[in-house]
Design a protein around this ligand. Structure first.
Ligand code: ADP
Ligand code: BMX
Ligand code: ZN
Length: 289
């Protein structure tokens, strides 16, 4: 069977065909429309999948947002250009005429990364540092999605009660500080208006403010990881997303985590499937694996 896997992020949409051996074929990307209208997202998804779905048997979606009964419900609508909810499975089933399932992007990625770890681990947590900060939790070999899809939304735990407002309505969430959006929002002066990618480039050129913004993100993530260890006693934390996978970032997180007490230390590693963890995790879930 061939699965059309789709990954809907706050910055980019990705799609590919995935065979039963998890080979990824014909991967494509489009920017996520920065519009509050469901029509803009529907049109972008139609364009993305048009060349792919005629060769697929089913559709598997990994999407930003809480996924409940096939609906996308934003926790942080700012990450989706203000879009609050979207009928995800209904839309893709209508476009493709294929059976369709949907799951949160970080939950999907956690599942793929858990598989990649092999049989040695039972408890692991995946964190994406991307447009937002997402999380997926596997406990005793099972992906935990929660009764309403909220489980693992670790980016919305508290990093700093005096920190910036988060788009979810709380103040000082990890996401408001550590995410790509959070990094960019704190930039001032010569860096005001830069996105996280540009800030990483400037840090690489020796810009002090850029380096500080990245340190602040890495420190918030390390504190989150210590909390995650305390909550789950997981054996491994896997980090993905374009910020999480950026050169030097995970090393900084490791340095901050090493400053925490020994009980909160946990093995950290970058996502084995890099930027494709969400796509492959959704495909695995569709396969029933
Ligand atoms: P999505 O959130 O759509 O899944 P990404 O994982 O690519 O997408 O995350 C997007 C965020 O990552 C943006 O804030 C962007 O500025 C930042 N980003 C993209 N590429 C890089 C890079 N090479 N280094 C650091 N940050 C990056
Ligand atoms: C936000 C939230 C999560 C998501 C995470 C990472 C929305 C729209 N998204 O915390 O559901 O998993 O961002 O998403 O509320 P990404 O777009 O950064 O990949
Ligand atoms: Zn929040």
């Amino acid at each position: 069977m061939t699965t059309l896997a789709i990954d809907i992020g706050g910055t980019k949409l990705a799609a590919a065909l995935v065979d039963d051996a998890l080979n990824l074929l014909d991967r494509r990307e489009l920017p996520t429309p920065a519009s509050q209208t469901p029509d803009a997202l529907r049109a972008a998804l139609r364009t993305l999948v048009a060349p792919l779905f005629p060769r697929a048997d089913r559709v598997a979606i990994a999407s930003t947002g809480m996924i409940r009964d096939g609906m996308l419900l934003a926790i942080n609508p700012q990450n989706l250009g203000g879009l609050l909810n979207f009928p995800l499975t209904e839309t893709l089933a209508a476009i493709t005429g294929l059976p369709t399932l949907a799951v949160n992007d970080a939950q999907a990625a956690a599942w793929a990364e858990f598989h990649a770890l092999g049989g040695d681990y039972r408890d692991m947590v995946f964190l994406t540092v991307s447009t937002g900060v997402g999380g997926g939790v596997v406990l005793d070999g099972k992906l935990v999605c929660g009764s309403g899809g909220l489980a693992g939304h670790l980016g919305h735990t508290l990093a700093d009660p005096d920190g910036p407002m988060c788009g979810c309505g709380r103040r000082g969430c990890v996401e408001a500080i550590a995410s790509g959006r959070g990094i960019a929002a704190a930039a001032q002066g010569e860096l005001a208006g830069c996105d996280a990618k540009a800030i990483f480039l400037r840090a690489g050129e020796g810009n002090e403010q850029a380096a500080q913004l990245i340190h602040r993100s890495a420190q918030a993530l390390a504190r989150l990881i210590a909390d995650v260890k305390a909550i789950t006693d997981c054996q491994c934390v896997v980090v993905g997303g374009s910020v999480g996978l950026a050169k030097g970032y995970l090393e900084q997180v490791e340095t901050y985590l090493a400053q925490e007490p020994a009980a909160y230390q946990v093995r950290l590693q970058p996502a084995h499937y890099r930027h494709d963890a969400g796509l492959l995790g959704a495909a695995l879930l569709a396969q029933g694996d």
